[in-house]
Design a protein around this ligand. Structure first.
Ligand code: PDD
Length: 283
């Protein structure tokens, strides 16, 4: 089986998978999700993703439908059936199926959807040359630490970035940066790596934590703090981190060059360290 989905208790080819029109995920975006990267047949940081999925579900009062070992069996079975070595696992839990009313019953049975899709090879040009980003006002709600299906502002901001010839949009709330539409943001100034401190306005990224740990292990000074939008423009380096992009250098912000306009050495070395951890886990 190539791209596959698990829905209502069975695995199917992705194109045959169906969901009820009365699923609250469809009607209201009433659910939560995760994206897990699979390297060499092994899901990376699965435990952290499952922990965050449980936390997101609990935060919106959706009963967490499977135990950790049930999720693991499901995901490993999916990876085995797909036969992909390099893939992207998408996990989605919605509140379930019910007639369309905003209020909900706590007795609904959550819908579990899992998809496994092939992951294209990393874009080496993008990684080595870096990307452009724009900044946009963060018009999202006050609980962005929940990985909710409601991604309309993210989708529209990403589209705006693409239309401006940029790869990503970085959100700015009251003068401070929060995160990208589907990534966390890190900057380097005078050798110190800084990233916004965790709060309700950004997702506690799994990659963010991995990279902070790797940076600290490598002896870098790391700061989790509020970062003003203006600081980004004067950064020596800027980069995005996330499950699918790993570590992606930014060379242009709102049309201005960052640092010397080339992918920075710290971003490159953190990507190499991440890849080394991945390689070790695959052995
Ligand atoms: N997004 N911030 C936002 C808003 C995100 O959607 C993501 C990930 C991240 C990075 O988190 P992590 O390192 O745990 O992937 C930060 C996934 C990949 C997506 O929506 O496709």
């Amino acid at each position: 089986m190539p791209n596959i989905a698990y829905i209502n208790g069975e695995f199917l080819p992705l194109e045959d998978a169906k969901i009820s029109v009365e699923d609250r995920g469809v009607q209201f975006g009433d659910g939560v999700y995760e994206v897990v990267r699979v390297y060499g047949g092994q899901p990376f940081q699965l435990e952290a993703h499952l922990t965050r999925l449980a936390r997101s579900a609990t935060a919106i009062e959706v009963p967490f439908p499977l135990t950790t070992s049930e999720w693991e069996s499901l995901i490993f079975e999916g990876i085995r059936l797909s036969r992909y070595q390099e893939s992207k696992v998408y996990l989605q839990v919605t509140r379930g199926v019910a007639p369309r009313e905003h209020g909900f019953s706590l007795a609904l049975v959550p819908t579990v959807l899992v998809t496994i899709r092939e992951m294209p090879l990393p874009d080496e040009t993008r990684e080595t040359q870096g990307v452009a980003v724009i900044t946009l006002p963060d018009i999202r709600w006050g609980r962005c630490s929940i990985k909710s299906l409601n991604l309309l502002p993210n989708v529209l901001a990403k589209q705006q970035a693409m239309q401006a010839g940029a790869f990503e949009a970085i959100f700015v709330r009251e003068g401070f940066i929060t995160e990208g539409t589907s990534s966390n943001v890190m900057m380097v100034k005078d050798g110190t790596i800084a990233t916004p401190a965790l709060n309700d306005h950004l997702l506690p990224g799994v990659t963010r934590q991995t990279i902070l740990d790797l940076a600290q292990e490598a002896g870098s000074v790391v700061e989790e703090r509020d970062i003003l939008q203006e600081e980004l423009r004067n950064a020596d380096e800027l980069f995005l981190v996330g499950t699918t992009i790993e570590v992606l250098p930014v060379i242009q912000l709102d049309g201005h060059s960052i640092g010397n306009g080339c992918a920075g050495p710290i971003a490159k070395s953190l990507l190499a360290r991440l890849r080394a951890v991945v390689a070790q886990k695959m052995m």
